[in-house]
Design a protein around this ligand. Structure first.
Ligand code: CA
Length: 254
């Protein structure tokens, strides 16, 4: 094995495809044992012995001397009690940055409260010391697999049309990279349109699909919602580029 051991980083050259793991743990023996166990499984491992170094490695604001800091991690193993920045704060800060990397929290304490707090600040799993390396490796593998699966699902289901991105699982829409607020109805109309680009929908069809067959209002409701959507999506709502009127038929997208 081509292992390069430094105080802060253990890098495995053999296979970087399995994943890149950051281990933040102040107890040297535990840190090195975890690093070796994961390296033997084929993971690339980077270690940090306190919370500040860990945070720098994750948040790309590293002090000089960390050449690895620009590559994102696939998993973080995080001890709860750490010098400078503790595990809970580190976890919270990572999530605050919008980073969804899976986090496995470690703790000497096994109380239910620690576990709950850990999960509340955004950890994905929790392991109480002492633990076996086999269990740790199995948990890591499961967390990374689950995360990749979620990422794939999100990628696959994302609807895109030019500058508009719609994320069905997150009920989120961005226009030119800016998040916009849509009502549930507006969201569902846009989702329907984006799932069937260029298809013409009559007002009656839209009512049937979005409001349901029991809807008692009139088809003007559709026009009102289209107008609201245009105001949120179009750069010039009076000259729409996305939500187009098809005279005598209804509306189409794109
Ligand atoms: Ca500790």
């Amino acid at each position: 094995m081509a292992l390069t051991l430094t105080p802060d980083a253990i890098k495995l050259q053999r296979d970087v495809k399995l994943g890149r793991v950051l281990v933040v743990e102040d107890e040297e023996l535990i840190r090195e044992t975890i690093a070796l166990a994961l390296a033997e499984e084929g993971y690339e491992v980077v270690t940090a012995e306190d919370g500040r170094k860990g945070l720098n490695l994750v948040c790309k604001s590293a002090e000089s001397g960390y050449p690895l800091d620009v590559i994102p991690f696939d998993l973080i193993i995080l001890d709860l009690m750490l010098p400078y920045v503790n595990g809970l704060d580190l976890c919270r800060l990572v999530r605050h940055e919008g980073n969804s990397v899976p986090i496995l929290m470690l703790s000497a304490k096994g109380s239910e409260t620690d576990r709950v707090v850990g999960l509340e600040v955004g950890a994905d799993d929790y392991l109480t010391k002492p633990f076996g390396m086999r269990e740790l490796v199995a948990r890591c593998r499961a967390l990374m697999r689950r995360h990749r699966h979620t990422q794939l699902q999100t990628q696959e289901s994302t609807l895109r049309f030019q500058d508009i991105m719609l994320y069905p699982q997150e009920c989120r829409v961005t226009v030119r990279n800016e998040e916009i607020n849509l009502s549930p109805k507006e969201f569902r109309i846009l989702e329907l349109f984006m799932s069937h680009p260029r298809r013409v929908w009559s007002r009656e069809q839209l009512i049937e699909r979005i409001w349901g067959p029991d809807f008692m209002g009139d088809s003007k409701t559709v026009d009102v919602h289209i107008r609201w959507l245009r105001e949120k999506l179009e750069s010039d709502p009076s000259r729409p580029e996305y939500l187009l009127t098809v005279r005598g038929f209804g509306y189409r997208f794109g």
